[in-house]
Ligand binder design. Structure first.
Ligand SMILES: CC(C)(COP(=O)(O)OP(=O)(O)OC[C@H]1O[C@@H](n2cnc3c(N)ncnc32)[C@H](O)[C@@H]1OP(=O)(O)O)[C@@H](O)C(=O)NCCC(=O)NCCS
Length: 151
């Protein structure tokens, strides 16, 4: 990682930059639509919760990457599981270790809160992301994500 990149907690004033990063991510993931107002609301929700965190990578004052992490209870593990989402690094900054640093920070945050697992979803066609997670020791499961909209 370059010396100028720092990982820190997301702040309200990061919102526009984070919404732009999420647009890069959702352009890849066909499951999700780019909707800046919805993304801003989601970020506000995360910031309002004690069991969730937005992590931001900053380089020379610019937001260049992000991920989010939030806790749920796992009966399978009898402990807390940390769900990691919204992992994205601004295109020109990829391949410099920033994604790895964001995941390490999310893992450290989860461990500090007693979580026994991190879990995440990835588009099965996003082979680069799957390779990235493989390098980080995050392996595929046999589970399939099912969802039903309630609104
Ligand atoms: C996936 C993503 C977050 C990776 O971030 P990054 O900063 O480029 O990754 P890093 O430089 O930290 O790489 C970490 C490791 O993953 C590997 N890796 C990263 N991108 C890779 C790619 N495209 N193909 C294969 N391996 C890759 C690196 O080689 C590195 O391994 P090493 O440290 O053992 O050498 C970034 O490419 C991205 O934002 N992609 C678009 C959004 C996306 O797909 N997000 C994931 C949604 S599930």
């Amino acid at each position: 990682m370059t010396a100028t990149v720092t990982i820190r907690e997301g702040r309200p004033e990061d919102s526009a930059a984070l919404v732009a990063l999420l647009a890069q991510l959702f352009a890849i993931e066909a499951e999700f639509a780019i909707d800046p107002a919805a993304q801003a609301r989601g970020l506000d929700l995360l910031r309002s919760r004690a069991d969730a965190m937005i992590l931001v990578a900053e380089s020379d004052g610019f937001v260049v990457g992000m991920c989010t992490v939030q806790l749920t209870a796992s009966t399978a593990r009898g402990g807390l599981s940390a769900g990691v989402e919204d992992v994205v690094v601004d295109q020109p900054y990829r391949g410099r270790g920033i994604g790895r640093a964001l995941l390490a920070a999310a893992e450290a945050w989860a461990r500090r809160r007693g979580a026994v697992r991190i879990a995440l979803l990835a588009d099965e066609t996003n082979l680069r992301a799957l390779d990235f997670y493989d390098r980080l020791g995050v392996t595929r499961t046999r589970l399939v994500w099912l969802a039903k909209a309630l609104d």
